[in-house]
Each structure stands twice: as structure tokens, then as C-alpha cells.
Design a protein around this ligand. Structure first.
Ligand code: ZN
Length: 62
């Protein structure tokens, strides 16, 4: 899905911003692992989070 095809399921808007938080997501059984940042895609019109991705999914696999 390309960015231009994305549509907010809440308001139908199509302007989005990507935001990150600083709390890493870690594998549940490896609390010492570094983990990976989450990237949120947020609708600029209503604030709906349309997608949450992790930056480095391979970090959860190890
Ligand atoms: Zn929206």
C-alpha cells in the first residue's frame, strides 16, 4: 500500500504523519534485548492512528 492510497478509516482524510515513541518494543521472553522502536502513522486531520509498525522487526525474532 503506497502512502497516497492510504485513507483514514475514521474521517477519510489522507494526510498522515509518522511519529515514533521512545519506548522500545521487546520480545516478551527477552527483556534484556534492545528491542525496536515503534513507528505510528497518524491522521493529521483527526489523530487516528492508522498503522503501528516496528522499525526493526528482525530485532524481535532473535
Ligand atoms: Zn482521520
Amino acid at each position: 500500500m503506497t502512502r497516497s492510497e492510504m485513507k483514514c478509516k475514521c474521517c477519510g482524510g489522507n494526510s498522515f504523519v509518522e511519529a515514533m515513541d521512545f519506548i522500545n518494543l521487546r520480545p516478551i521472553n527477552k527483556k534484556m534485548s534492545y528491542g525496536t522502536e515503534r513507528v505510528y502513522t497518524v491522521c493529521m486531520d483527526c489523530g487516528e492512528v492508522v498503522s503501528i509498525k516496528v522499525k526493526n522487526p528482525e530485532m524481535l525474532r532473535k
